[in-house]
Design a protein around this ligand. Structure first.
Ligand code: NAD
Length: 292
């Protein structure tokens, strides 16, 4: 063999041997996840993904009707023993505490928190009322604080670590026109996650962020005032917006709730055992980042 080729083969044999000795990623089977906003698009897709891996899921959402419908459909596929629901407003301290207590009673504790419940509501700065500003801050920033504080309290008591995944937004890093309240609240979520990663490390609590770009299909956000607001900002309709987001991505693909669910699963699992304080953008490639 030529010298270089022999070297390459020896190198790869050594690498392979190293891989064989690495512990195999542990399965998530038997763990318990609380998924906020679990009745909606990304939350429901995430619950589906985790249930497929054998995780027991507590769906927490403010919308009792949607919660019931989603739970029924998940139960049909995964069985009634692994799905529970709790109606909870993430801005209500007592309801958040009660949701964790319910999870402890039903499943014996929580290993994974997916903090995902959210809204999208914004306006040009001149038209942003204090109420609109506070609504974004309350549900997104304060809501994420309340659910993760309870997760930390419970996970520390359990003493076996845990994984917290925030579904934030690309808008928490990149400014978007006429959406300062939403963007600012999402930026606070991302920074909260970093602070918590620092605080949780010693107790084995990992905290990471998934940042979706626009997920138009399967999300309730894109059927209400946010859709009207974005459509008027970009002077197009829903199909035009989806095409705009698709075209601005490197891969020229739309992002779906299942894509976000896959990223959440990865960060929640031991596949990401060495990741904390990190951000995983799921945006089909951000063209702007390469042209700046
Ligand atoms: P969705 O509206 O389909 O689902 C959100 C869920 O959160 C709903 O079931 C809703 O009832 C629930 N919810 C809202 N306020 C709540 C509250 N106060 N307490 C408890 N539950 C509450 O939206 P989605 O697209 O699945 O959004 C999920 C998350 O992803 C949100 O945080 C959103 O900001 C973020 N996100 C979405 C997109 C997108 O384009 N869809 C992009 C980036 C980030």
């Amino acid at each position: 063999l030529p010298e270089q080729e022999a070297f390459d083969i020896e190198y790869w044999l050594l690498e392979e041997a190293k891989l064989q000795r690495l512990p195999k990623p542990k399965s998530l089977a038997g763990r318990v996840a609380l998924v906020t906003g679990g009745a909606g698009g990304i939350g429901a897709a995430t619950a589906e993904r985790l249930l497929t891996e054998g995780v027991c899921v507590m769906l927490a959402d403010i919308d009792a009707v949607a919660l019931g419908d989603t739970a029924e459909s998940l139960t049909r596929r995964h069985g009634k023993d692994v799905v529970r629901t709790v109606q909870m407003n993430v801005t209500d301290e007592a309801q958040v505490t009660a949701a964790y207590a319910a999870a402890a009673v039903e499943f014996g504790g929580i290993d994974i928190l997916v903090s995902n419940a959210g809204i999208a509501s914004s306006a040009p700065i001149e038209d942003t009322s204090l109420a609109l500003w506070n609504k974004n801050m309350d549900i997104l920033s304060t809501g994420y604080f309340l659910v993760s504080r309870e997760a930390f309290r419970l996970m520390r008591t359990q003493g076996i670590g845990g994984s917290v995944v925030f579904v934030a937004s690309k808008n928490g890093l990149a400014a978007s026109p006429n959406a300062s309240a939403y963007c600012t609240a999402k930026a606070a979520e991302i920074h909260l996650a970093r602070c918590l990663a620092l605080e949780g490390a010693e107790a084995g609590i990992r905290v990471n962020v998934v940042n979706p770009d626009a997920v138009l299909r399967g999300s309730k956000i894109w059927s209400g005032e946010w859709l009207d607001q974005r459509a008027s900002t970009y002077k197009t309709d829903k199909d035009g917006l989806e095409e705009m987001y698709r075209q601005r991505s490197l891969l020229k693909r739309s992002v779906l709730p299942e894509d976000i669910a896959e990223a959440v699963y990865f960060l929640a699992s031991d596949l990401a055992a060495k990741s904390t304080g990190n951000i995983l953008n799921v945006d089909a490639g951000n063209k702007e980042a390469f042209t700046r």
